[in-house]
Design a protein around this ligand. Structure first.
Ligand code: 13P
Length: 404
């Protein structure tokens, strides 16, 4: 249940002078470690899945596990697509359960970045999903040496940042003030004055990418100037890597589980260190009390048909499952037939919406309108339709991270 609205979560951090970690995960060890650390120090957290990492895991399978872990957590969690490559990536992420999405068009000219980001914001608004845009360019690649990817850092200009936020309507903005993705050589030179000016001009939560390698003092100053989310990956991957290398040296015959022993603990320790340093530790209960919970809606229809046989009902349902699942915010389309013979209604649709906003998006979407008018309504006059907002109980009581 503790999935919370990401817009609210980041605004809470921005208002209260702390930053939430956007921790990229590339497997179950990462997922479990991040949630475990959050529960240990009662911190809100963002579970981030970066599109550039999709070559390492199946996004759909990872999302199922991530959503389950988030629902079972006792601290507030948001699930975010990090560095989405296109509006289609953002749509896929929303329909798989992300309640925050980033589409990174920061390498494009300003006007194109605005147009692409605005397109994503329009889709996401209709689904209640928060959007992160990026202006300026943060070089490097997560998990690698920044020196290997020496792309030019492009600093964010405060006046452009204000225009970008206004014209796109993003919920939070990633900015470039001297950080790089991946391992840094030497001491980073961060432009805090620029960050302060951006914060003043933009007036909404700022995001810093490339958290690895910054000093405690850097983090404090970033947060003092409006940073409400810090993206962090390489240091977690390095902690995991060090642990595996250590096992490989001590026990060269070790297999997969032997090599991975302790990886989760090593990642969790680093995540917890960040949560305490960034001030998010101890904020979980406030966030749960003050931020809107993230709840799906079940759009339920019971119906009987007239004018077609039962075999034609399945053809109609198959068509519906195919087209309706592509509408933004539709998580799942379930079509059913009554088990009991004498049931008052013989057939059902249960369409899961990501969020209450999807009720209107779905109703007015051309694919839905066409399907309803051409296929469904002419034969299903006898029907009842109700939208239910609810809570999914996942796992047995006590089956949470604390129980491990
Ligand atoms: P680091 O890998 O440098 O921590 O950066 C992570 C990041 O910014 C992900 O978006």
């Amino acid at each position: 249940m503790p999935l919370v609205d990401m817009h609210d979560m980041l605004h809470h951090a921005h208002r209260n002078g702390y930053a939430v970690g956007g921790f990229d995960l590339v497997g179950l060890d990462f997922l479990e470690a991040i949630v475990e650390a959050g529960e240990r120090c009662r911190s809100p957290l963002v579970l981030s899945l970066a599109e550039s990492h999709f070559e390492h895991f199946d996004f759909g399978i990872a999302m199922a596990a991530t959503e389950y872990a988030a629902q079972r957590a006792t601290v507030p969690v948001a699930i975010h697509l990090d560095h989405g490559a296109s509006p289609a990536s953002a749509l896929r992420a929303v329909n798989l359960g992300c309640n925050g999405v980033m589409v990174d068009a920061s390498h494009r000219p300003f006007a194109e970045n605005v147009a692409l980001t605005r397109q994503v914001v329009e889709m996401a608004r209709g689904c209640g999903v928060a959007v992160e845009g990026e202006l300026g360019y943060v070089a490097g690649v997560e998990g690698e040496d920044a020196a290997k990817h020496p792309g030019e850092v492009v600093y964010t200009a405060p006046d452009e940042a204000a225009r970008f936020a206004e014209e796109t309507g993003v919920d939070c903005l990633a900015v470039s003030i001297g950080t790089v993705h991946g391992r840094m050589k030497g001491t980073p030179r961060l432009d805090f004055e620029r960050l302060a000016a951006i914060n003043e001009a933009v007036g909404r939560p700022l995001v810093i990418h490339g958290g690895t390698g910054l000093s405690d003092d850097d983090f404090r100053r970033l947060i003092a100037h409006g940073t409400a989310k810090i993206n962090y990956f390489t240091a977690l991957a390095d902690a995991a890597g060090a642990c595996i290398r250590d096992h490989a040296q001590r026990a060269p015959e070790a297999g997969y589980t032997g090599l991975h022993h302790g990886v989760r603990t090593a990642i969790a320790a680093e995540v917890e260190r960040c949560m305490r340093l960034w001030g998010s530790a101890g904020r979980a209960d406030e966030v749960l009390a003050e931020c809107r919970p993230w709840r799906p809606v079940e759009h339920v229809i019971f119906y009987n048909v007239k004018g077609i046989g039962d075999d034609q009902v399945e053809a109609m349902a198959a068509r519906g499952r195919e087209v309706l699942a592509t509408i933004p915010g539709v998580r799942r389309v379930y079509t059913g037939r009554a088990v009991q013979h004498g049931a008052q209604y013989r057939f059902s649709w249960v369409v899961r919406f990501a969020h209450e906003n999807v009720i209107a998006t779905y109703r007015d979407h051309p694919e839905h309108v066409a399907f309803a008018d051409d296929w469904f309504r002419p034969v299903a006059g006898d029907r009842v339709t109700i939208d239910f907002s609810g809570i999914d109980q996942v796992g047995a009581p006590g089956d949470g991270a604390g129980a491990r």
